[in-house]
Design a binder for this molecule. Structure first.
Ligand SMILES: [Zn+2]
Length: 375
């Protein structure tokens, strides 16, 4: 009897310690990474300034505004729609910290689904943070989840029905902001966040919206832009100009039957040119090997080299992998090309943005070279 009691006490202590350590790690993801706004940022607003309904919730998120002295076009860049796709978060942060707008206005939301960055996906083995070396020491950023944190929205229904189309998807997609557009003012947490973005676009007459994503190397739509019908001419001009810079990027029309996504709904429900971009992220792929911070940063994975040899992938994949620098460089080059193409085709929507590095410069110097010092 005495022995049983001692074992029970030991077991209770062990489980409490595990719960404490796991809880501590979970809470760690709620602390946001620091973003040091650059000289180009003229104002920082919150999503709740455009839609009250997200005020005081985890869906409220920073909107960085870079307004040029001269009037011109307006563009919105969405980072971290999906928290497990780090090139989008880092591409947006690079713009906030470095870009300077001379003509037109650039809006950047680095944490589009802010809640998705406060946790990561169970059983995926994803790191919670990744670190980037800068001239002034190391900085860390979160590796989050594709979906809203269940603490903010729970439980999931068996079937998720997209409000404006009636399309049904698997229940867990109810927490995917990129299935929730155009959103609903009185909807779920995720629908409200999407509604806030739609309101921002309408209220500020945003000419172009670029949503930054990543996908696993075995996913068919990769290293690509997906453009709404109305944005097709701009996107094809941009893709052609990127070819001259030796950046090969595919172009897909936004499927009419796939609902809730930025490139479909924002194009249908607002006047914005809606485009989504994808880069290849092995750390979210199903065929990946060891999952750690190194994989997020280097994109080097021998199992993907093997998969490439077996003809299973939609992107070239060799021993050099696809580094975060390369992926952020592709996003930045894509944004630059799209904004330039809009100005070429419609002069009244022209924008001039300075101090944005080229994809080659980002690859050579690293992302950290373009990040500011935390003071
Ligand atoms: Zn995504």
């Amino acid at each position: 009897m005495k022995g049983n009691k001692i074992s029970a006490i030991i077991l209770v202590i062990c489980s409490l310690s595990i719960a404490f350590l796991a809880g501590k790690e979970f809470v760690k993801n709620r602390e946001p990474e620091i973003i040091v706004k650059g000289k180009g940022v003229t104002e920082v607003k919150m999503l709740s300034d455009f839609f009250e309904g997200v005020k005081g919730t985890n869906a409220d998120t920073e909107v960085y505004i870079l307004q040029g002295k001269e009037k011109g076009g307006t563009a919105l860049v969405l980072g971290a729609t999906h928290g497990n796709e780090p090139s989008g978060l880092m591409g947006a942060i690079l713009l906030i910290e470095k870009a300077e707008v001379e003509k037109g206005t650039l809006y950047v939301i680095p944490r589009t689904n802010n809640s998705g960055l406060t946790h990561n996906d169970p059983q995926e083995g994803s790191p919670q943070r990744f670190h980037i070396k800068t001239k002034n020491g190391e900085r860390w950023f979160r590796y989050g989840s594709r979906a809203t944190n269940p603490l903010d929205q729970w439980p999931d229904p068996d079937v998720y029905i997209h409000a404006s189309s009636g399309q049904s998807l698997s229940g867990n997609e109810t927490r995917n902001i990129n299935r929730a557009y155009p959103g609903r003012a009185d909807g779920t947490f995720t629908e409200k966040a999407a509604y806030g973005i739609t309101e921002l676009i309408k209220k500020n007459n945003i000419n172009m919206t670029i949503d930054l994503h990543e996908a696993s190397p075995e996913y068919p739509v990769i290293n690509a832009m997906v453009a709404h019908d109305k944005a097709m001419e701009i996107a094809s001009t941009a893709v052609m100009n990127l070819e001259f810079e030796n950046i090969s990027i595919g172009l897909e029309p936004s499927p009419v039957s796939l609902r809730g996504l930025t490139h479909r709904e924002l194009g249908d429900f607002t006047n914005t040119y809606a485009i989504l971009m994808e880069t290849a992220n092995p750390s979210q792929g199903r065929l990946r090997g060891k999952t750690d911070e190194k994989l997020v940063l280097t994109g080097i994975d021998p199992t993907y080299v093997k998969a490439q040899k077996l003809g299973r992938l939609f992107v070239p994949f060799d021993e050099k992998g696809h580094s975060l620098e390369e992926r952020v460089g592709r996003h930045i080059a894509g944004i630059t090309a799209l904004i330039n193409a809009m100005g070429e085709l419609e002069t009244e929507k022209a924008m001039v943005i300075k101090n944005v590095p080229s994809s080659l410069e980002i690859k050579q110097n690293g992302i950290g070279y373009y990040l500011n010092e935390i003071k």
